[in-house]
Design a protein around this ligand. Structure first.
Ligand SMILES: Cc1cc2nc3c(=O)[nH]c(=O)nc-3n(C[C@H](O)[C@H](O)[C@H](O)COP(=O)(O)O)c2cc1C
Length: 252
């Protein structure tokens, strides 16, 4: 089984590729959280995969929350468990954080894969230019093939880009991000542009958006995945003023 979370589609695509190559079942963490579904039974020898985006040099917080709530019946150390995280650049100490969250489940392998960046909420951060986006997507195919091969062989390994200052980023910036920056209060919708298509509501992986009087309303349980802002076909959604001049990206 492969548990996945994704905002703008990168991790979902990675999870889909792995699931079809390895013939594994896919389970959406967002859907499980919405439906309070936390109990799963493993088949003999079944692999346990985790695919998710990196948010502020740690796993997207919903992933760690889900792991803390879930129960895997029939688990033994015979079951191979691995993570694949998608990131714009680097992942800090995310592997350590994932392993700690797993508790009694052994994290056998970890892989990171660079995908187009979707973080646009701070000055100096924007989506990749066209060339970098294409280059990342091109090399992602080969990277997934290699990862699938390692997983099929149940290799115990760590092939990740941790980046510089990993301790500072994951132990200091990540907790601050979780406490202070995970708020949907700054999202706004320009009603002169919005066509009330409802795509933002349908694509929100945690069901945090409801269309009311033909405009999206956010309900304060946002994962900051930025699906809504990147997918809006008419660029009606902004986050304060910071995103007005920023690019948009979602995996096609
Ligand atoms: C809130 C937020 C924080 C992010 N932080 C990081 C980061 O620390 N390091 C990094 O390399 N990419 C970071 N990114 C970029 C995403 O990890 C990357 O684009 C990922 O592939 C998005 O996956 P998704 O399309 O499945 O949501 C961040 C994105 C968001 C939305």
């Amino acid at each position: 089984m492969i548990f996945y979370f994704s905002g703008t589609g990168n991790s979902k695509w990675v999870a889909n590729q792995l699931a079809s190559t390895l013939n594994d079942r896919l389970i959406s963490i967002g859907e499980c959280m919405k439906n309070c579904e936390f109990k799963f039974t493993l088949a003999p020898g079944e692999r346990i995969g985790w695919v998710f985006p990196i948010h502020s040099w740690g796993p997207a917080p919903i992933v760690l929350e889900f792991i803390s709530k879930m129960h895997l019946y029939e688990y033994s150390t015979q079951h191979y468990c691995y993570m694949v995280c998608s990131c714009g650049d680097d992942i800090g100490l995310s592997v350590e954080m994932w392993r700690k969250a797993l508790g009694g489940i052994r994290g056998d392998a970890a892989f990171s894969i660079q995908m187009p960046n979707n973080y646009i909420l701070l000055p100096g951060f924007d989506v990749d230019d066209g060339d970098s986006e294409r280059a990342k997507l091109n090399s992602a195919n080969k990277r997934i093939e290699d990862i699938a091969l390692s997983v099929a062989k149940c290799r115990c390994c760590e092939e990740v880009v941790t980046g510089k200052y990993k301790w500072l980023k994951s132990k200091l910036v990540y907790p601050i991000y979780k406490k202070m920056a995970m708020s949907d209060k700054s999202f706004s919708c320009d009603t002169t542009k919005c066509t009330a298509c409802g795509l933002c509501e349908r694509e929100c992986p945690v069901g945090n958006i409801k269309m009311q009087e033909n405009r999206p309303v956010w309900s304060e349980k946002c994962e900051m995945c930025l699906s809504c802002i990147h997918r809006c076909p008419v660029r009606a959604i902004e986050y304060g003023n910071i995103t007005r001049k920023k690019g948009r990206y979602h995996h096609k």
